[in-house]
Design a protein around this ligand. Structure first.
Ligand code: C2E
Ligand code: MG
Ligand code: MG
Ligand code: MG
Length: 273
């Protein structure tokens, strides 16, 4: 009996293509174990000023699975968000950011690190307490961190969001709106939130300087930011022409493959010496 069942099972796997749903489930299953298996790590990508000097870096998560190789965050981050796994990753990411900040400081690189915080991570009731505790554990001031949040955070519960952002601001943490202009763009919240920076999405950056609509959008973001007293960083800068346009129009810093690929902190430090 067992033998024939086994045969059936083999026939089943050989005979049918894995459906998309099954593939998703196995990927999610592997992702759920990734953190405990030590398969996650953070890489950093420079943000440079007009002189090309690093004035910051964004931390980006990477997942290397032994069977799958590198899995793109474009695939696993949305999956982690939908399944709720992203909540478990939250404190680890912030602790990693603190460790990297301390490592950089030991090598005389004293710029802030930008950390992506998704709405689900931010909305957990213990968020402010945990961030406070992690900073205290590393004896690190919040001014070393910039939290990148998306416009989705401002859809519900704006009062509570503002209250939390204010508490985190009191620790020195700054806030940047990631992918700015791609979300629910009620600009009304801009004046109510304790913000430091807007981050121009790479889909707009890709369109400059050739495309009239792209240029209009980027120009508007830059002038609006100036009126609100916000810094602007552009993501996805790949060409000199994009960089020239952004700098000429008052963009404070630039991030993209033109300057550096995301790399491990060790590789970053090795490049310094
Ligand atoms: P994001 O925060 O908007 O990050 C920018 C993405 O653009 C990164 O993709 C980066 O590698 C990529 N990029 C940088 N320069 C260029 C360029 O010049 N051209 C192009 N085409 N792309 C460029 P990545 O690393 O695949 O991350 C994708 C998204 O996953 C991030 O978008 C972010 O939303 C999310 N993510 C990554 N790490 C984390 C994390 O630790 N926590 C959370 N919550 N989300 C994360
Ligand atoms: Mg980001
Ligand atoms: Mg972004
Ligand atoms: Mg983006």
């Amino acid at each position: 009996r067992a033998k024939s069942a086994g045969r059936n099972q083999i026939a089943f796997f050989e005979g049918t293509m894995q459906t998309e749903v099954e593939q998703r489930l196995t990927l999610e299953h592997d992702l759920a174990k990734a953190q405990d298996l030590g398969e996650l790590h953070m890489v950093m990508q420079a943000q440079v000023n007009e002189a090309g000097q690093a004035v910051g870096a964004e931390l980006l998560m990477r997942w290397h699975n032994k069977d799958r190789g590198m899995v793109s965050p474009v695939v696993f981050i949305p999956m982690a968000e939908e399944s709720g796994l992203i909540v478990r990753m939250r404190d680890w990411v912030i602790a990693q950011a603190c460790e990297i900040a301390l490592l950089l400081r030991r090598h005389a690189c004293d710029f802030p690190l930008s950390v992506n915080v998704s709405p689900k991570q931010f909305r957990q009731a213990d968020f402010v307490d945990k961030v406070t505790a992690i900073l205290a554990h590393y004896e690190l001031d919040g001014s070393h961190l910039i939290f990148e949040v998306t416009e989705g955070l401002f859809i519900d519960d704006l009062q509570e969001t503002i209250a939390r952002m204010s508490k985190l601001s009191a620790l020195g943490i700054r806030f940047s709106i990631d992918d700015f202009g791609t979300g629910y763009s009620s600009l009304n919240y801009l004046k109510r939130l304790p913000l430091y920076e807007l981050k121009i999405d790479k889909s707009f950056v890709q369109d400059i300087p050739g495309d009239a609509n792209g240029t209009a959008i980027v120009g508007s973001i830059l002038s609006m930011a100036k009126q609100f007293g916000l810094k602007v960083v552009a993501e996805g800068v790949e060409t000199e022409a994009q960089a020239r346009y952004l700098i000429a129009n008052g963009c404070d810093s630039l991030q993209g493959f033109l300057y550096s690929r995301p790399q491990t902190p060790d590789a970053w430090l090795a490049a310094l010496s």
